[in-house]
Write a protein that binds this ligand. Structure first.
Ligand code: BGC
Ligand code: BGC
Length: 823
């Protein structure tokens, strides 16, 4: 080991291996970090088996072993041919390509990939593949699985033992589908709630994550030394994302944590110590940077701190092509990262190129052979510890195929308990809570009967969008739970999303909040909550003299003063998951409110990096706040002025009859676009789809080349959206098919444009005459030559022929599964 490090430290000298050269402010001094002994004794039998394996492995096998590919881009045959050590399913990848692939298909896929990895190849040793999946709030990629509250809700519970049970259940449900490795828990300490992953963190201080790390990891993996450690009902866990993921400037996803070494250490690293002590077998490296240098290349932290100082003997896995972001690297070539200490590349779609370059780098010494062997050793160590070599095919392992365990009553009861403990009561004027279940209860709001909203991101799809009711067979909405509680007590409950009623209710419960998101799609410019509809609803109920209870669904603490004012009681319910019944339990007094804020609650929309311990700390509700139902919780009227301008949704290109903020819909001759250029070439006219004048009818006359385009006021950078697999979604109707070719384009400055012929699609759509919804991957535009870093017209239709089309909306979306192909 020490050999590998000294070699790496000499990098930069003439022939040494290539290492990343972080700037001096991003080089840690490991001696300043706490040291910790390895929690697991060296097992000589295991180490000898590794020695024997490594001695027998070909170089190709070693290289393959350190590469992880995504099941959306790799086949079992590839796994055997390239000796890949691991596969994953990204948030949008499933065995069938359908986001709601049945559990049986997952198990079948696990068998297929396993069999491929074990296929004979001369005398080479057989090494079982390991499959990683983001089971981050239960086994959330699987239809019917138990879905726990996201970590933000669990942080509110302040209940480490509960984490152990949640880990145990998640592990068993993963076993049912034949998977053996989860990319969880996230141990991020989140300092700026603009970050779209705020809900993935347990809180804003290291305190909660530090107290949760060991129990949740032991729940998932079992206890070191026990016979069923990493086996039987247990799986392999991952602590992520190392390090400082929640500390990036501005709460930017994949951003830069600008902080001194002491700050990095004391604020972000504490949860990793108990995680390693509890035996976590993998650690995922963060996409983010520390003082300008990407973590994926930071040798001082990856090798110096994690491996040498903390004596971590499992393996470091990268994040989704994260290695490609190191200066001098690309997704398909990056010896720097391995030299710095990464053991397994997460190379979802880049695995083949990466395999080839890594092989070449190993041959020419750019990648140190010691380092490669050490990386392989670590991966094999985990596989051996987990008994993978003896376990047989996934479907033959304990719990596999016992599909009735997914979302079983027993598992759901624990999730429901977690929901009860996660709710934080912020206001309770006149002791309106607990409610009387014998009352006449109106249940309103678009979140009341809505699985998509209550489960949030990382639920069947990456962003959690695009799912439907039937995807949640073992779940209950918040409305469902309320209805059950009220019916049992002989009261009346009525669901009315828009709040209308015929007989005046005794009380109204209004469920509303953020729509689902993940990663950078959830990044925001401030923490103000805007929702005119729900606010109007609350106010009208109040005006009718009906006491209102708000149940607020969100992935972060948000400025919501107007909503709080318009509510008698206000509950921060976060993202509760599959068990809406847990909300009713607490509202009707079956259980007490015990949840405490894991994030400080802002007093204004621009308090984005508000954290307990700040020199000036002025929250509306402090970290740790939470009322209990036995005491009244009145609140004086709060100021309602929004401190920052309401953010615009940059994903909306066109909706509700107009172009999104910062954009215009223009028509005319190429180079002479205007809002109303005269009727010769093309006209536009407002028309109705779902609401009055929510669409626009575009008529191309055929008299010459004509253009309709959404044009940016200033160019927009869509690189991140493109790399994140987002798509341009169009909703349109073709009233008369095109009479000549039509091109669908994006433009990017002088002479820069790209796109594809769109005439066939439009002609096909014309036949049905119905509304068509179509998602085109942004990457298709990139492949067609668009510079996605400076898009000027994100949507342009060009034709010389006639065409009559109505556009209802154009948006940037996360497609819900299904592999879309470029036209
Ligand atoms: C996320 C990780 C996740 C990985 C695999 C990445 O984009 O940052 O948290 O584990 O994808 O889905
Ligand atoms: C995948 C996620 C991944 C993300 C990275 C998505 O396509 O489904 O798992 O985290 O890309 O940007």
């Amino acid at each position: 080991m020490s050999g590998a490090i000294s070699v790496a430290l000499c990098a930069g000298l003439a022939t040494g291996p290539v290492t990343a050269q972080p700037n001096p402010q991003a080089v840690a001094d490991p001696s300043q970090w706490p040291s910790q002994p390895a929690p697991i004794e060296v097992d000589e039998t295991v180490e000898q088996r590794i020695d024997a394996l490594i001695a027998a492995m070909s170089l190709e096998q070693k290289v393959g072993q350190i590469i992880q590919a995504d099941i959306g881009s790799v086949t079992p045959a590839d796994v055997s041919r390239f000796h890949l050590g691991s596969i994953l399913n990204g948030g949008n990848s499933t065995p069938t390509g359908e986001y709601n692939a049945p559990a049986e298909r997952w198990l079948k896929a696990a068998d297929d990939f396993y069999a491929a990895s074990m296929k004979r190849d001369g005398d080479l040793p057989r090494i079982p593949v390991i499959w990683g999946s983001d089971a981050v709030h239960g086994h959330n990629n699987i239809v019917g699985a138990t879905l726990f509250p996201h970590n933000i809700g669990l942080g509110s519970a302040r209940d480490p033992e509960l984490m152990r049970r949640i880990g145990e259940i998640t592990a068993i449900e993963m076993r049912v589908t034949g998977l053996d490795w989860t990319f969880a828990p996230t141990l991020a300490v989140v300092r700026d709630d603009r970050w779209g992953r705020t809900y993935e963190g347990f809180g804003e201080t290291p305190e909660i994550a530090t107290s949760y790390a060991a129990p949740i990891i032991e729940g998932l993996q079992g206890k070191i030394g026990d016979e069923d450690w990493l086996r039987g009902p247990h799986i392999v866990a991952t602590a992520k994302h190392f390090l400082g993921d929640g500390g990036t400037a501005g709460g930017k996803d994949q951003g830069d944590a600008r902080i001194d070494e002491e700050g990095l250490r004391d604020l972000f690293s504490p949860p990793y110590l108990p995680a390693i002590e509890a035996g976590v077998q993998s650690i995922m490296v963060s996409f983010s940077s520390w003082n300008g240098a990407k973590m994926h290349g930071n040798e001082s932290l990856l090798t110096g701190v994690v491996k040498n100082r903390w004596n971590f003997d499992g393996f470091l896995v990268g994040d989704w092509n994260g290695h490609g972001q190191i200066a001098g690297c690309s997704a398909t070539d990056c010896p720097q990262s391995v030299n710095a200490g990464l053991d397994m590349f997460m190379a979802p779609d880049s695995w083949k190129g990466l395999y080839q370059s890594t092989l070449a780098n190993a041959r020419n010494g750019t990648l140190s052979m010691d380092r490669l062997d050490d990386a392989v050793r670590r991966i094999l160590r985990v596989k051996l510890r987990a008994g993978l070599f003896e376990a047989g095919k996934p479907s033959s392992r304990p719990y596999a195929g016992e599909f009735e365990r997914l979302g079983s009553a027993e598992h759901r009861a624990v999730a429901r308990e977690a929901v009860r403990k996660s709710l934080v009561l912020l206001k309770n004027a006149n002791g309106v809570l607990p409610l009387d279940s014998g009352a006449n209860v109106l249940v309103a709001g678009d979140g009341a009967d809505n699985f998509t909203k209550q489960t949030g991101g990382w639920t069947l799809t990456w962003q959690g969008t695009g799912t439907k009711r039937s995807d949640f067979p073992n779940a209950q909405t918040i409305w469902g739970g309320i209805e059950e509680a009220v019916q049992q007590a002989g009261g009346t409950a009525t669901l009315s999303p828009d709040g209308s009623f015929s007989s005046k209710p005794d009380v109204a419960i209004v469920v509303f909040g953020e729509d689902p998101y993940a990663e950078f799609q959830g990044d925001r410019p401030d923490v103000g909550y805007d929702d005119a509809e729900s606010l109007a609803l609350l106010r009208s109920l109040q005006a009718d003299g009906i006491p209102t209870v708000s149940v607020f669904l969100s992935g972060r603490a948000m400025w919501a003063n107007p909503f709080i004012n318009a509510s008698d009681a206000f509950v921060a319910a976060w993202l509760p998951g599959s068990e809406g019944g847990g909300v009713a339990d607490v509202l009707f007094g079956e259980a007490e409110f015990t949840g405490k804020l894991p994030y400080s609650w802002p007093k204004s929309s621009d308090q984005t990096a508000l954290n307990v311990g700040d020199a000036i700390y002025d929250p509306l509700f402090p970290y740790g706040f939470g009322l209990t139902s036995d005491k009244p919780g009145d609140l004086a009227q709060l100021p309602e002025d929004r401190a920052s301008a309401a953010p615009v949704d940059t994903n909306v290109l066109f909706a509700a009859g107009r172009a999104g903020e910062g954009r215009q819909l223009l028509i005319g001759a190429p180079g002479a676009l205007a809002t109303n250029p005269g009727p010769d070439l093309i006209t536009m006219e407002r028309t109705d789809h779902k609401a009055q004048e929510d669409s626009v009818r575009l008529r191309f006359s055929g008299a010459g080349k004509a253009v309709a385009a959404i044009v940016q006021d200033s160019p927009i950078d869509m690189l991140r959206q493109t790399n994140g697999d987002l798509a341009l979604e169009l909703v349109f109707k073709v009233n008369a098919a095109p009479t000549a070719d039509v091109n669908l384009l994006m433009t990017c400055g002088d002479g820069c444009m790209g796109g594809f012929p769109f005439g066939t699609v439009l002609s096909r759509a014309a036949q049905g005459g119905q509304w068509t919804r179509l998602a085109l991957p942004l990457s298709c535009f990139e492949q067609a030559g668009v510079d996605m870093g400076r898009v000027e017209a994100p949507l342009m239709l060009v034709t010389e022929g006639q065409l009559d089309l109505t556009l209802s909306s154009a948006r940037i979306v996360s497609p819900s599964g299904g592999q879309l192909t470029c036209q």
